[in-house]
Design a protein around this ligand. Structure first.
Ligand SMILES: O=C(O)CCC(=O)C(=O)O
Ligand SMILES: [Fe+2]
Length: 351
């Protein structure tokens, strides 16, 4: 039995779909208004859950509106991230990631190769970034025992831009709340009690990553992308980015790449490996990548993303959910803890 979803079909040569100007396709990602659920309407919530179930079965990506996150705080987070990447390189390196196994601090250009996590070797990704982890750690034995590894390592905060720490902490908290709400919807979508996931998420090791994909003065190496093709590791990812050329694409199950271009004010949500494994492949943790800008825009197309990776507790057991297997649907995966899965995937990208 495979322990992670990395079957050979994820590595196959990809066929072209009906192309648009960016080399992606015109096929849309569903837009879902989640406000009926957040407002507590049982029928509305059921309908939202149905839409999410369909999106997760078909493409593993959807765009949310009606999410209730206040736009000034989103704008402030985006601006603070963009300002950081303008800092002198010595300032950025002052908070450099202390060790490849510790997901904190600044990683310079080409410091990670996401496609290596699926065994597809490639040159380093054309991005720089800061990784941040949990911001409210109550303390106690659970957070300090050996199995906790570095999952609650202190964050590394830059001195500038001013307000960075406060802005990122408050955004982290807001994203964690939204992600937990989405997990309530996921439970409904899977015919489970709404609070089914709570005890797997109550001490979660989620991560906030801000990314800059700089202008490209030189042509990329063969196979080199802004972010190589990969699947995310956890439960779900909530992404905000700008509209610069050279953006996100998701792999349609028919094998071609779909451009993911949300309207400002909305979020892209995609599910990660944990949801695919928990659902025994009913939901798909879709391969995605960030492509290079076209050559004529490469010298100006600087792009930023703010990405929240929602991840369960480090000791959450990842095994098929009760509603997703039965006599006609045997379990496809061995069980393991989330930390085991995360460590395998994370370390592969740092080789
Ligand atoms: O920047 C983006 O649009 C997506 C980044 C991404 O997929 C990731 O960092 O996992
Ligand atoms: Fe991703």
């Amino acid at each position: 039995m495979p322990s992670i979803p990395s079957s050979p079909d994820r590595r196959e040569t990809l066929v072209a779909g009906p192309a648009d100007a960016n080399g992606g396709t015109m096929t849309g990602i569903p837009v879902i208004d989640i406000s009926p659920y957040l407002q507590g309407s049982p029928e509305g919530g059921r309908e939202v859950a149905n839409q999410i179930n369909k999106a997760c079965e078909e493409i593993g990506f959807f765009i949310i509106v009606g999410h209730g996150v206040d736009q000034p705080s989103v704008d402030r987070t985006y601006r603070t991230a963009a300002d950081f990447f303008q800092s002198p390189v010595e300032d950025k390196l002052r908070i450099r990631q202390p060790d490849p196994s510790i997901s904190r601090g600044y990683t310079p250009l080409k410091g990670e190769s996401l496609s290596a996590g699926l065994g597809m070797g490639a040159p380093g990704d054309l991005k720089e970034m800061i990784d941040m982890g949990p911001v409210d750690i109550p303390g106690g034995e659970y957070y300090e025992r050996p199995e906790a590894g570095h999952h609650f390592h202190p964050n590394l905060w830059p001195e500038r831009p001013e307000g960075f720490e406060q802005t990122m902490k408050s955004y982290y908290r807001r994203m964690n709340r939204l992600a937990n709400d989405l997990m309530g919807l996921f439970a409904l979508a899977l015919d489970l009690p709404e609070d089914f996931f709570y005890d797997k998420l109550d001490r979660n090791m989620s991560a906030l990553r801000i990314i800059c994909y700089p202008e490209q003065a030189e042509a990329p190496e063969p196979g080199q992308l802004r972010s190589g093709a990969h699947t995310d590791y956890g439960t779900l990812t909530i992404l905000m980015s700008d509209q610069a050329a050279g953006g996100l694409q998701a792999r349609h199950r028919d094998g071609y790449w779909v451009d993911v271009t949300p309207q400002p004010g909305s979020y892209v949500v995609n599910i990660g490996d944990v949801m695919q494994i928990w659902t025994n492949d009913r939901w798909v943790s879709t391969l995605h990548r960030v492509v290079n800008p076209p050559a004529e825009l490469a010298s100006t197309a600087r792009r930023h993303s703010v990405v929240f990776f929602h991840q369960p507790n480090y000791d959450a057991v990842i095994e098929t959910l009760p509603s997703c297997f039965g006599p006609s649907e045997p379990r496809k995966y061995d069980s393991f803890t989330y930390a085991e899965h995360w460590t395998r995937k994370w370390m592969a990208t740092k080789a």
